[in-house]
Write a protein that binds this ligand. Structure first.
Ligand code: CO
Length: 461
């Protein structure tokens, strides 16, 4: 029997985020939602990541309402969101009561699959969100933030999968956020996880940035991967995912079963071509984002980080230090215990490398983020932080001995009371905790428009 490969469509979330800074308003994709629903995807990734922030900040949309509208138009397709573990949709760690309520409300408003990851792969930062997802009746997709280092061995990744499974993961996602995973690495890692957990479905997520993605997916499929993340062709390639239709075509030719409806994907491609052209015309979609960039294969740092390094050095009039900063970057990463280079650790490591080079002395100047990292506020690092450097940064201060979130006071009830008369529902309370200034502004605008959040009522204030 032909092995089946399933697809997650990313056009509404990751492709939108990677190519056009998440600027796709609901109205622009509403007309095509019913067609997406007929296409036969495993899931449609449409929420979480930066979508929540951008809805409030730039699009003047209530992210919760957006989710409910998508849900109503896609009754037959699982809706997926991306959640940053204990950081939910932000960069700070939140108390557990917020994480739990956020997950519960996301599921109540229509989410079926929650992909939960942590920048350090510390499972203690995933546990509360994973358990809340299972409790709410949704699919918890336990996620590995993929990176390479001497301590990121297959054995270690398989151990992480064991932990994720025991926390209730019903699928595993390997998330290659930088597009640095090559075909052989994909084959070997998927094989290692499949050997240990033959019945646990695996989803591979990568980006086309370096041009490896099609080959990487193909070898992952040969190793038994069950689900791949792709974007409809007009929103594919470059910093986005590889094209849905291309992979469907190639995999069918190779004898795999692909349940996508070609009429529906064709209609989607026709539709999104028009949308793409609008974003090209107004300059939001830049040619650079669509191009192949192999620099990060040479330097082994994600593409976004290279451009950050360049712009930092430019600001400081020190572009001549670029090569030195590039050499310093992997050294800082090693000192800090080999964190995966993903937001926010990529910025922290990059800024520190530049500092070390410009100061002519290592760790003379340290950001408050690096200090917090050394205190253990971001979680357990993949390898121990270099003890001498940790001591140099922390002085007599002791690193945390417990999970950082355990030191935080509950926040939900307090905020409900604070927002009495302003918040119309718990969703409002959650938006406010996540992005207080943006939510406040949004509530004021909404009041003006006299919009209502009729379906949900405040339960406890
Ligand atoms: Co991604």
């Amino acid at each position: 029997m032909a092995k089946k490969v399933q697809f997650v469509e990313t056009v509404l979330r990751d492709a939108n985020q990677s190519l056009i800074a998440t600027r796709l308003p609901y109205d622009k994709f509403e007309p095509i939602l019913e067609t997406i629903d007929k296409a036969g995807y495993y899931a449609c990734e449409c929420w979480g990541g930066a979508t929540f922030d951008v809805c409030l900040r730039y699009l003047h949309e209530d992210p919760w309402e957006r989710l409910r509208k998508i849900r109503a138009k896609l009754p037959n397709t699982k809706l997926q969101m991306l959640l940053r573990g204990q950081n939910v949709l932000g960069y700070a760690h939140y108390p557990d009561d917020f994480v739990k309520l956020f997950v519960q409300k996301a599921v109540e408003n229509g989410i079926d699959v929650i992909r939960i990851f942590d920048a350090l792969n510390d499972v203690n930062n995933l546990k509360v969100a994973m358990e809340a997802t299972v409790k709410a009746g949704a699919i918890a997709s336990g996620t590995i933030s993929y990176t390479t280092s001497p301590v990121h061995t297959h054995k270690k990744y398989v151990e992480m999968v064991n932990d994720l499974k025991s926390m209730g993961a019903s699928t595993i996602c390997i998330k290659d956020m930088a597009g640095i995973m090559g075909p052989q690495e994909a084959y070997d890692l998927v094989s290692a996880i499949k050997d240990a957990h033959p019945d646990l479905p695996i989803d591979l997520h990568t980006h086309s940035t370096t041009g490896l993605a099609f080959m990487t997916y193909l070898k992952a499929v040969e190793a038994g991967v069950d689900i791949i993340d792709t974007a409809i062709s007009p929103f594919s390639g470059g910093t986005s995912q590889p094209a849905t239709e291309t992979l469907a075509y190639a995999l069918r030719q190779l004898g795999y079963e692909v349940d996508l409806n070609d009429d529906a994907t064709k209609a989607m491609a026709d539709y999104f071509k028009g949308v793409r052209d609008e974003f090209v015309a107004d300059g939001t979609l830049m040619p650079k984002s669509m191009a192949t960039d192999t620099q990060c294969l040479t330097y082994q740092v994600p593409g976004g980080m290279l451009s950050n390094l360049l712009s930092q050095l430019k600001q400081m009039n020190a572009l001549d230090k670029f090569d030195e900063a590039l050499v310093e970057t992997p050294k800082v990463r090693a000192d800090l215990g080999y964190p995966p280079l993903v937001t926010p650790t990529s910025q922290m490591v990059g800024v520190q490398a530049v500092r070390n080079v410009l100061d002519g002395q290592r760790y003379k100047t340290v950001s408050k983020e690096i200090k917090a990292y050394c205190r253990g506020e971001y979680g357990q690092t993949p390898a121990p932080i270099d003890p001498a450097i940790q001591k140099q940064i922390l002085g007599d201060e002791q690193p945390l001995s417990v999970r950082y979130a355990d030191t935080l006071e509950p926040i939900v009830d307090k905020t409900r009371q604070q927002l009495a008369g302003v918040a119309k529902c718990d969703e409002d309370v959650l938006s406010y905790i996540a992005f207080p200034n943006l939510a406040e502004k949004f509530f004021a605008e909404r009041k003006e428009k006299e919009e209502n959040c009729v379906t949900y009522t405040i339960t406890e204030c």
